[in-house]
Design a protein around this ligand. Structure first.
Ligand code: NIG
Ligand code: FE
Length: 439
C-alpha cells in the first residue's frame, strides 16, 4: 500500500500515544511545586497525544495536530482512557527483610505502634531480620516490590535505609538500593535514615548513637555517594528536636539534603524544625501546628502526606491537608511502603487522600506526580508530561482523571510507559477467564 505523500514528510518518532480522552499534562510555566488553587490545574488536553523519541517526550498536544507532524511504527490508542505522568512515590522504606503480620494483629487488638516499638518490636524487629540478610537478598526483595509498584503505575521512588542501624548494615541497605536502581527500570533515589530508631546496643546511651551517625555513618555514606538525602524519625521517644537538628545539619555539611519524619504521633515542632533547617520535605505531619505549616509554606518545604500510614496506625487521624493547601504549603503524597504499612499502590493512596483528607482527585493527582517529584528534587525530569521530560506515563482504563479516588480497590492501569518503552501491558497479561455455572 502506498503511504500518503504527506506521511513521508512527517518526522519519525519511536512511539505515539493517540486519542486520549484526557491527557493530564500537569504542565506549568513555573519550576516550583504547586500550591493552593494551582493544585487543581491539571493542564488537561482532550483527544490528547504524546510523541516519544529516545525515551523523551518530543511533543504534547491534540492528536490531529501532533500526528500531522510525527509518525511512528508503534501507535497506542488511548481512546476512552486517561493518560497521566507516571506516579512518583517520594517516601518509601523499600529495602528490608521479613514482615510484621503478627504485630498487625496486635495493633488490630489495640496495641499502639509506639508500645510495640518500646517493647523491642516494630522497626527493631525488622532491624534484626535485615541485619541477617545479604545485599543480594535485599535487592531481590526490593525488585519484587518495585515490580508491584510499576504494575500500579509508579515510575520513580525514593528509598530510605534505616533497618540496619550500624554503619555496616546501613551501607549494605543503601548498596542494595543502588543495585535495585541499576537493575530495575523504576528510578530509585536514596535517603540515609540511620536515625530511624535507637538500636538496642545504644538503648541507655542514645546520644552515643547520634555521635556514631555524625562521626561515622554520614561521612562514610557521603564518601561512597550512597545517598542524596538524610532523614530523621523525629518523635517523642525516638529522636528529639535537638538530636534531629544535629543530624540534619551534619548531613547538610556533607551534601545530604534534609528530610524529616515530623509530627507523626505527637506535636513536637518537627514542621518548624524542617522549615528552619531548610528541609526539602517534612513527612507525615498529622500533629503539626498552624505555625509549623506557615513556616513550611514560607520556606517552600514540601509536605509529603502518607494517608496509608495514618490508616495503618488506626488512630482515626489524618494530616490536615486542607489547611496545608489553604496555607500555601506544597502538598505531595507517598505510600510510606514499609513493614508496618505494606502498600505499593499510589492509586489507593490517592483514594485515601480524597476520602480521609478531602483532596479532590485533581489535587491528589498533582500531589502524586509533580509535587512528589519536587519532594525528591526530580521535577526537572519527571512528574509532568512536557517536552524534554522523561517519557514516563500511565494509561488508565478510566474515561477521566476523576476516576482516581472514585474507583478504588482495583488497579486502573492499562499500560505503563517507562523511558518511552511499554513495560506493563494489561492486554498482554492474558485474559481472565470467568467460569460460571450454567443452568
Ligand atoms: O514512616 N515512622 C517511622 N518510620 C516509618 C515506619 C517504619 C516501620 O514501622 O518499620 C514510617 O511510618
Ligand atoms: Fe516513613
Amino acid at each position: 500500500m502506498n503511504k500518503p505523500v504527506k506521511s513521508r514528510a512527517r518526522e519519525k518518532v519511536d512511539l505515539l500515544i493517540v486519542n486520549a480522552d484526557e491527557l493530564v499534562t500537569l504542565s506549568s510555566e513555573t519550576k516550583k511545586p504547586r500550591v493552593g488553587k494551582q493544585m487543581r490545574e491539571l493542564g488537561i488536553i482532550r483527544n490528547g497525544c504524546l510523541a516519544i523519541k529516545d525515551g523523551v517526550i518530543v511533543a504534547v498536544g491534540k492528536t490531529p495536530e501532533v500526528t500531522k507532524i510525527y509518525r511512528a511504527e508503534i501507535i497506542l490508542s488511548a481512546n476512552g482512557k486517561t493518560v497521566l505522568p507516571g506516579f512518583v512515590d517520594p517516601h518509601t522504606h523499600l529495602i528490608f527483610a521479613g514482615s510484621r503480620e503478627d504485630e498487625f494483629q496486635m495493633r488490630v487488638e489495640g496495641a499502639s505502634y509506639m508500645e510495640i516499638l518500646s517493647a523491642g518490636g516494630g522497626i527493631l524487629k525488622t532491624v534484626r531480620e535485615t541485619r541477617k540478610a545479604s545485599v543480594e537478598k535485599l535487592a531481590d526483595l526490593g525488585i519484587k516490590t518495585l515490580d508491584t509498584m510499576l504494575e500500579h503505575g509508579t515510575t520513580s521512588v525514593e528509598a530510605k535505609s534505616g533497618y540496619g542501624l550500624t554503619t555496616k548494615d546501613e551501607i549494605k541497605i543503601l548498596e542494595a538500593a543502588r543495585r535495585v536502581n541499576q537493575l530495575h527500570c523504576i528510578n530509585v533515589v536514596s535517603t540515609f535514615l540511620g536515625a530511624h530508631a535507637i538500636p538496642p546496643e545504644f538503648k541507655d546511651n542514645p546520644n552515643g548513637y547520634v555521635n556514631l551517625i555524625l562521626e561515622d555513618m554520614i561521612p562514610k555514606i557521603a564518601e561512597k555517594e550512597l545517598a542524596e538525602f538524610c532523614d530523621v524519625f523525629c518523635e517523642r521517644g525516638v529522636f528529639n528536636l535537638e538530636q534531629t537538628r544535629r543530624i540534619l545539619v551534619a548531613g547538610k555539611n556533607y551534601g545530604l539534603k534534609p528530610k524529616v519524619h515530623a509530627d507523626e504521633m505527637s506535636m513536637l515542632g518537627g514542621a518548624e524544625l524542617a522549615a528552619d533547617v531548610g528541609a526539602v520535605s517534612a513527612d507525615h505531619l498529622l500533629f503539626s501546628s498552624v505555625e509549623g505549616m506557615k513556616a513550611m509554606a514560607e520556606k517552600g518545604v514540601v509536605a509529603v502526606l502518607l494517608p496509608a500510614a495514618a490508616f495503618s496506625l488506626m488512630m482515626g487521624r489524618y494530616a490536615d491537608a486542607r489547611l496545608m493547601i489553604d496555607s500555601g504549603v506544597p502538598v505531595a503524597l507517598a505510600t510510606d511502603f514499609n513493614p508496618n504499612c505494606l502498600v505499593e499502590n499510589m492509586q489507593l493512596v490517592i483514594a485515601f487522600a480524597c476520602h480521609f483528607m478531602r483532596l479532590t482527585s485533581a489535587e491528589a493527582i498533582t500531589a502524586a506526580t509533580i509535587n512528589a517529584a519536587h519532594a525528591i528534587c526530580r521535577a526537572n525530569e519527571v512528574g509532568s508530561l512536557e517536552v524534554g521530560k522523561k517519557a514516563d506515563a500511565v494509561i488508565l482504563d478510566a474515561p477521566n482523571h476523576k476516576f482516581l479516588g472514585y474507583h478504588f480497590g482495583v488497579n486502573l492501569v492499562d499500560k505503563v510507559i517507562k523511558n518511552g518503552r511499554v513495560v506493563v501491558d494489561r492486554e498482554k497479561q492474558g485474559e481472565m477467564v470467568l467460569i460460571r455455572e450454567t443452568e
